[in-house]
Design a protein around this ligand. Sequence first.
Ligand SMILES: NC(=O)C1=CN([C@@H]2O[C@H](COP(=O)(O)OP(=O)(O)OC[C@H]3O[C@@H](n4cnc5c(N)ncnc54)[C@H](O)[C@@H]3O)[C@@H](O)[C@H]2O)C=CC1
Ligand SMILES: O=C([O-])CC(=O)C(=O)O
Length: 340
Amino acid sequence: MAALNRIQKIASHLDPPKPFKFKVALLGAAGGIGQPLSMLLKMSPYISELSLYDVANTPGVAADVSHMSTAARVKGYLGPDQLPAALAGSNLVIIPAGVPRKPGMTRDDLFNINAGIVRTLAEAIAAHCPNAWVAIISNPVNSTVPIAAEVLQRAGVLNPARLFGVTTLDVVRAEAFLGEIVGADPRDVSVPVVGGHAGITILPLLSQARPPLPASVTAEQRKALMTRIQDAGTEVVQAKAGAGSATLSMAYAAARFADSCLRAMSGEGPVTEYAYVRSSAVQGLPYFSSPLRLGRSGVEEVLPLGPMDALESENFEAMKAELLGSIKKGEEFVARGPAK
Ligand SMILES: NC(=O)C1=CN([C@@H]2O[C@H](COP(=O)(O)OP(=O)(O)OC[C@H]3O[C@@H](n4cnc5c(N)ncnc54)[C@H](O)[C@@H]3O)[C@@H](O)[C@H]2O)C=CC1
Ligand SMILES: O=C([O-])CC(=O)C(=O)O
């Protein structure tokens, strides 16, 4: 314990106290992702107020997390009546609300339930914190981000520079898997992952990986690594055998994404992150996950995708129809309006 205190003292000396200034709202805070993410956000030096919202079980989660001896003040909000207060004044809203997959399902199979949840939450954001940055985790991300965008646009408050589909888990996985292969600490590995967040739409650009894949890795092994990154969500769904999908690695990835947003908001830029955003990065695809330069106002620049090798270019072409279909499905859902 003495050693831990000493390490903490040294760390706080090296890393001077940050202004604890942002309110972050987590919608779906009592779920499989929401609970560990609440804990990780409570540890963020950038958060002064942590607002935990869910339709079930938030009082318990909020009471539990609030006992951690870190600066963020924690408040739990339960049910739609408390949603306005949960959101008011938020700088960043993170949304893991919704149902997860079971074995045999695709992410798109979640559309029927999660589309309505995201629409309702986006309507509340438009009304109660229209300037917040919004990070959507709920699947299918390829459609839920266009849903949120359409809702915000119809309310006259859409700022595409502040609306993100969280694809950080794809990057995290690529770093972990490549780190294993090259024998490096994954924190020293970088792999761009672009496109969308489902199967073939997840496009790891292994040709741009740093450190590069060793020359001994064959074309088949390279293809297998690409496929493993694309199917990693399914790997977890199958391993959990009906008990849900990735929660802990997702909470880690979302905390990392939130940290990037809050650093950018603080002016500690430039911050580079990957996320699924509305952009003109790829002709004919109004949403695409790209490398982004984040600053105080949100996305300041959508960075180029960079060169692709033959396999990546082939995958890039092959994903386009599916991604566009998912985008249109989301947009049409909002255009149709609520079921009568
Ligand atoms: N973007 C990504 O990389 C990933 C996305 N996901 C997605 O995240 C979502 C959540 O996954 P889990 O946390 O494992 O699910 P979960 O079922 O454990 O938790 C979801 C939570 O959302 C809450 N919820 C339901 N309706 C709500 C509403 N209207 N307002 C507020 N909260 C509501 C539930 O009460 C529950 O606590 C799923 O759609 C899943 O597919 C999961 C992993 C990775
Ligand atoms: O696979 C799922 O259903 C959850 C998810 O998006 C992921 O783990 O990447």
